[in-house]
Design a protein around this ligand. Sequence first.
Ligand SMILES: [Zn+2]
Length: 120
Amino acid sequence: MIPKRLAKIINEINNILLPRVCFGCNAQLFSGERILCAVCRHDVPLTDHNYLEENAVDRRFYGRIPIKKAASFVFFTKNGLVKNLLHWLKYKNQEEIGGFFGEWCGALLMENGQLKMLMP
Ligand SMILES: [Zn+2]
């Protein structure tokens, strides 16, 4: 097992040799940034579904299938940032994008207490 300090040094060298770049704009990512730079992260078109009792996704599925709650985390546009990120996720084996959005969505759900509402 690599000691934490050595792992940090190896990561820093790795970042110099192979800089991590934003999936949205190709800008070099700063320390602490992951997948998207701060500017692109700010531009992600988030829905407010997680804050609403009922939303457009709920209404679309209501009565068709048995669900407790449905929501979309982001808006999808034909030529937008989300489309590009999903393309990287689905077709270019960049699974970490899924984890990035999952953690972000989960954090928002935890923040506003939605997960407690969904528990039986
Ligand atoms: Zn960016």
